[in-house]
Design a protein around this ligand. Structure first.
Ligand SMILES: [Fe+2]
Ligand SMILES: [Fe+2]
Length: 192
């Protein structure tokens, strides 16, 4: 279960299939950002033992995904380059409550939702791509992102009662759905 409050629209898939190289470039940046987000939490919360190993593993795994996407770009002769990110991540970060442990709970749950959305979209790509090799690539990745989703929710549940975490997850999922629905960017990105 991915705990998302909305389904991706068919237009997203259509545009992504037309501009799959742009999606791959964005994807590479997203994997790097996912690793960075896990690492930042490690720097910020050394006092929480329960976070250390799982977040270190996630960071390494996201970097290995980054390397896989880089290889995919290399094979296709596409340069990575700089990219203006979509406002998705920034808008999600504005939802953080101001104080810990709430803020950490929110941070973990928003990471969980980003993982869930990536997973949902990898699934769509895997089912629709004519390039069977690339489809298989997304099929493998979506399994890890689904696991990351669950792991982030479980980590949040170590900080607050499960019922509270679930209610907050639901509320944040609705905000995530609204943020995505408000995106009007014509660019092919994982999270627009
Ligand atoms: Fe990843
Ligand atoms: Fe992930």
């Amino acid at each position: 279960v991915l705990n998302l409050a909305s389904k991706t629209k068919p237009e997203w898939l259509e545009r992504s299939l037309e501009h799959i190289d742009d999606v791959l470039i964005d994807h590479a940046h997203c994997e790097k950002k996912a690793a960075g987000a896990a690492l930042r939490l490690l720097f910020r919360y050394p006092q929480h033992d329960f976070l250390q190993l799982p977040l270190s593993e996630i960071a390494r795994e996201e970097l290995s995904h980054f390397e896989l996407v880089l290889e995919e770009l290399r094979v296709r002769g596409v340069a990575l380059g700089r990219q203006k990110p979509s406002p998705y991540g920034g808008k999600l970060h504005q939802l953080f409550r101001p104080r810990d442990p709430d803020q950490l709970v929110d941070h973990l749950l928003i990471s969980a939702l980003i993982e869930a959305r990536s997973c949902e979209r990898f699934q769509l790509l895997a089912g629709a791509l004519e390039d069977k090799r690339l489809a298989a690539f997304y099929e493998t990745l979506l399994v890890s992102e689904a696991r990351h989703h669950r792991l982030y929710v479980e980590l949040a549940e170590q900080l607050a009662p499960s019922s509270e975490v679930r209610a907050r997850l639901q509320a944040l999922a609705e905000s995530e759905a609204e943020i995505l629905a408000s995106e009007t960017s014509p660019l092919a990105r994982l999270h627009t």
